[in-house]
Design a protein around this ligand. Structure first.
Ligand code: FAD
Length: 492
């Protein structure tokens, strides 16, 4: 009799192009398992909106498995307890999962699962789902490996798959994470294939031109991040579909091609970045807790100002564009890249906040939270990588560039809606008469700016200049570059 193959779903909630599932199907009857781990959901980066994503994705997965004659088993508890139950019921089984690139908590959990399996004589196989490679500690040869991974054929669910069954918890859909935070009032998880198709053949035409403004980005960007972070779509599917669209566009006449080639090239490079950033985290998971450049240790940690942090978190800094972005994020769970970078820059340089708590706050708000991208990006935008030039965003300039008519601000910071198209970007500069006419007295209806941008940034730059000039700062530059730097830049 063949051994039951337990496929442990985590952030890979799909049937198509699922390496663990295909390997399992060849080995015996497959038990599809998802375990709701309450401890995972109490981590400082977790939130109710993340659960809303997973819950919707699990419902779709359960339906897809049912269509193929199986039943998804959902359990609630610690993974090791579930494994013990499985062992009691099944005797021997094999365990398969994807290589999760998660936070320290899930990393330790995976190590404990591996140790338990080793002790119980059960094989535990983890297979990659991204172009990210376990055990790779520098970037030599990485780009070639990425390409090789992405060119492999996509795997379909084997038609002759046999399913195994194990009783799950029927009421799992009513489970709610504790603590409860940041639930989305209006949440819908669209069909991933539909989102990809719509982007590559309709919405994406001006991707590179419209990705920077929060007014145009929601439509012009792919919006695939939530699908990738929950694993509803494999990265290989997205990459290969993009390559195909690029090839097709080459055959079109110029008037049909328009901006498609540039848009698709820009998009394609983002897909590369996805794995480039995740590889940093895979190679150095401590980035969740400590500065990438250790020469930055102690730079801001002890200066944390709770009132400033609170104002930033709630969108009450007195900078309308910053506040509009934060409030938009609260309401929708998504914002475009540039605005994410600007929010972090404001926390890091203007408010001089060490990055870890801002990182957790944003992680809770992002429905697409992906630790492997998030922590390296937050560190890069906070200046603690030691290799990147400081990217300090001027919130008023960004406001004028990305929201010239103030429409985005008016929608999300209605207190300021009455100001004209100039004053709305810096309402503290409005005269008393103008404030009266706008129906918004600064300091009463809307806060005074929490800091003066130029003064704050001057201070921040001086602090960083000191660190980077130091011996430790110069040494960091070499080691960080060797470990995480893109080899493409170096050869250039
Ligand atoms: C401070 C900060 C935190 C971030 N945290 C996350 C996160 O938790 N999860 C997440 O998926 N992205 C994160 N990003 C990267 C980026 O902002 C999002 O991937 C993007 O905005 C998601 O929208 P989209 O799918 O429409 O992106 P598109 O612009 O359509 O890009 C397509 C895909 O490419 C990848 N990608 C795009 N930009 C980047 C980038 N700069 N770095 C790495 N990969 C990229 C993502 O997988 C994205 O889904 C972060 C960026 C910053 C500055």
């Amino acid at each position: 009799m063949s051994t039951t193959q337990v496929v442990w779903f985590k952030r890979d909630l799909r049937l198509h192009d699922h390496a663990a599932l295909c390997t399992a199907a060849a080995g015996g009857p497959v038990l599809a398992l998802y375990v709701i781990e309450p401890e995972l959901w109490s981590q400082p980066s977790a939130s109710t909106r993340h659960w809303q994503v997973i819950q919707a994705a699990l419902l779709d997965l359960a339906q897809a498995i049912a269509q193929h004659g199986g039943k998804l088993c959902v359990r609630i508890g610690a993974m090791e307890e579930v494994l013990v139950e499985l062992q009691q019921a099944l005797g021997h089984f094999d365990l398969l999962a994807h290589e999760e690139i998660g936070e320290d908590w899930s990393f330790q959990r995976d190590k404990a699962v591996a140790a338990w399996c080793a002790g119980a004589g059960i094989s535990f196989t983890e297979l990659p789902q991204f172009g990210v490679f376990r055990g790779q500690h520098d970037r030599d040869g990485w780009a070639a490996r990425w390409r090789q991974f992405m060119t492999q054929p996509q795997q379909d669910l084997p038609p002759n798959i046999r399913w195994a069954h194990f009783p799950g918890v029927d009421a799992w859909q009513r489970w709610q994470p504790q603590p409860s935070r940041h639930a989305l009032a209006d949440f819908d998880l669209p069909n991933p294939a539909g989102v990809l198709e719509d982007f590559l053949h309709r919405r994406g035409e001006q991707y590179h031109l419209k990705m920077s403004s929060p007014l145009s980005a929601p439509e012009a960007c792919s919006r695939l991040s939530v699908q990738l972070a929950s694993g509803r779509l494999s990265m290989r599917t997205v990459v290969q579909s993009t390559w195909r669209a690029q090839q097709e566009a080459k055959t079109w006449p110029v008037e049909q091609r328009r901006t498609w080639p540039k848009a698709l090239a820009a998009f394609q490079s983002r897909l590369h970045w996805h794995c480039h950033f995740m590889q940093k985290f895979e190679s150095e998971p401590k980035l969740e807790h400590r500065n990438m450049a250790r020469s930055c240790d102690g730079l801001r940690e002890d200066d944390f100002d709770e009132a400033k942090f609170e104002a930033w978190c709630t969108g009450n800094t007195g900078y309308p564009f910053i506040d509009a972005c934060m409030r938009f994020l609260h309401a929708t769970g998504w914002i475009n890249f540039r605005m994410r970078a600007m929010l972090v820059s404001f926390a890091a340089y203007d408010l001089w906040l060490h990055w870890q708590r801002p990182a957790h706050h944003l992680a809770q708000l992002f429905i697409d939270f992906e630790p492997g991208i998030h922590y390296p990006q937050v560190q890069m935008q906070s200046g603690t990588t030691g290799i990147n030039t400081l990217r300090i965003y001027n919130p008023v300039k960004q406001s004028m560039d990305q929201d010239p008519d103030g429409g985005f601000i008016r929608r999300w910071v209605p207190e300021c809606a009455g100001f004209d198209n100039l004053r709305i970007h810096a309402p503290w500069e409005a005269s008393a008469m103008e404030q009266l006419a706008a129906g918004c007295q600064i300091g009463e209806h809307y806060p005074e700016p929490i800091v003066d941008h130029l003064t704050a940034v001057r201070f921040a730059k001086a602090q960083f200049a000191g660190v980077r000039r130091s011996q430790a700062g110069r040494a960091d530059k070499k080691t960080v570059m060797q470990r995480h730097g893109s080899r493409k830049n170096r050869s250039r």
